[in-house]
Ligand binder design. Structure first.
Ligand code: 5GP
Ligand code: MN
Ligand code: MN
Length: 325
């Protein structure tokens, strides 16, 4: 298990014909943008592709080309392919039940998470702002592949979302250079940003108001958290999709280092979104609960009720924070 060179991956692509492409549950702009860009490029090269994800696709990404061709996993789904790409997955569990389709076929693991254990037979793991950056490099290395407006828009979506519109500390000059190149293909970044960040349902805005009324902060004022229960969702008629971006509110509170969003996805299953502002490694905290991610954005799932999960994670955060500073 080791990292491969770009040329080894391009060679594999030329040798094989049918590719399964998959990515993580709770799809975001980077995994969807990367999946679509890779799918379109492989098709350009005359390859057959099938994309399967074990989750619903958030409606804000419906502008991405071919997004409707993504198949949602279901039991019994049987697909014939030569090799599988996993994109933007820090570990193989992130693809959930798509594992049932892969069986013993070779995996090409393309990802940008620092905690990626190189779980693929082939691995292209790089410390970039987004997986879309690595897909861009791969396209650049594929001699017959050509960028076009649809591929550029998909890659731009990945860059814009994983960097929070180039505001997060993962943004590098390379990220900007790639974005500048993508802009040559007539990508409407204002429209992408509007759709992804600045369009909310009425219920989503009401939900934000209610959630913020219960904003919590610890004694040190460095840890802030909010929660979304199933009861609250029913009360305002909102869905989990409407919680997107809510964790950025506690993160924006002056003086806060760690921000946490607790979502009751089902009874006794709590999804936890972790963010930090400048120094606390939230991926390490997520690892304690079987999750993972990046130093400034990570997540995990906890089998407990909402209050138990909050107590567990906030206590762990307090303890870890004391050790860091
Ligand atoms: P979010 O809070 O937006 O759901 O996730 C933020 C980031 O944390 C994701 O982009 C992903 O890198 C990581 N992440 C979230 N949940 C999990 C999880 O359950 N396991 C792992 N390994 N990473 C996660
Ligand atoms: Mn992702
Ligand atoms: Mn990513």
């Amino acid at each position: 298990m080791k990292n491969n060179k770009l040329v080894e991956i391009t060679n594999l692509i030329s040798q094989k014909q049918r590719f399964l492409i998959t990515s993580h549950v709770n799809p975001d702009g980077d995994n969807l943008g990367s999946v679509i860009a890779l799918k379109l490029v492989l098709e350009q090269l005359g390859k057959e592709t099938v994309v399967v994800i074990d989750d619903e696709i958030p409606s804000c990404f419906s502008f991405l080309h071919s997004i409707d061709e993504i198949i949602r996993y279901e039991d019994g789904l049987d697909i014939d392919f030569d090799m599988c790409f996993t994109l933007d997955c820090s570990d193989l569990d992130r693809i959930a039940k798509v594992k049932n389709i892969i069986k013993s076929k070779a995996i090409i693991n393309i990802d940008h998470h620092g905690d990626n254990p190189y779980f693929g037979e082939y691995n292209l793991v790089k410390n970039t702002a987004a997986t879309a950056e690595i897909i861009y490099q791969l396209i650049d290395a594929l001699e017959e592949a050509k960028l076009n407006k649809d591929i550029a828009a998909a890659l731009a979506t990945g860059l814009i979302t994983d960097t929070g519109s180039f505001r997060y500390s993962n943004t590098t000059s390379k990220t900007h250079k790639i974005m500048a190149e993508l802009l040559n293909y007539d990508v409407d970044t204002a429209e992408i940003s509007k759709k992804v960040f600045d369009t909310h349902s009425y219920q989503s805005l009401v939900l934000r108001g209610k959630v913020l009324q219960n904003l919590q902060i610890d004694d040190s004022k460095k840890i802030a958290w909010v929660k979304v229960s199933q009861d609250l969702l029913s009360e305002v008629g909102a869905t989990m999709e409407d919680t997107e971006g809510i964790v950025n509110y506690p993160r924006s509170l002056a003086g806060v280092e760690i921000a946490i969003l607790f979502k009751e996805t089902e009874e006794e299953i709590i999804r936890v979104s972790l963010r930090s502002n400048s120094y606390f490694p939230v991926d390490k905290l997520a690892h304690k609960f079987g999750g993972g991610g990046h130093p400034r954005a990570a997540g995990c799932s906890i089998d407990a009720n909402l209050n138990e999960a909050i107590e567990e994670v906030v206590n762990a955060a307090k303890k870890e924070l004391k050790q860091v500073r």
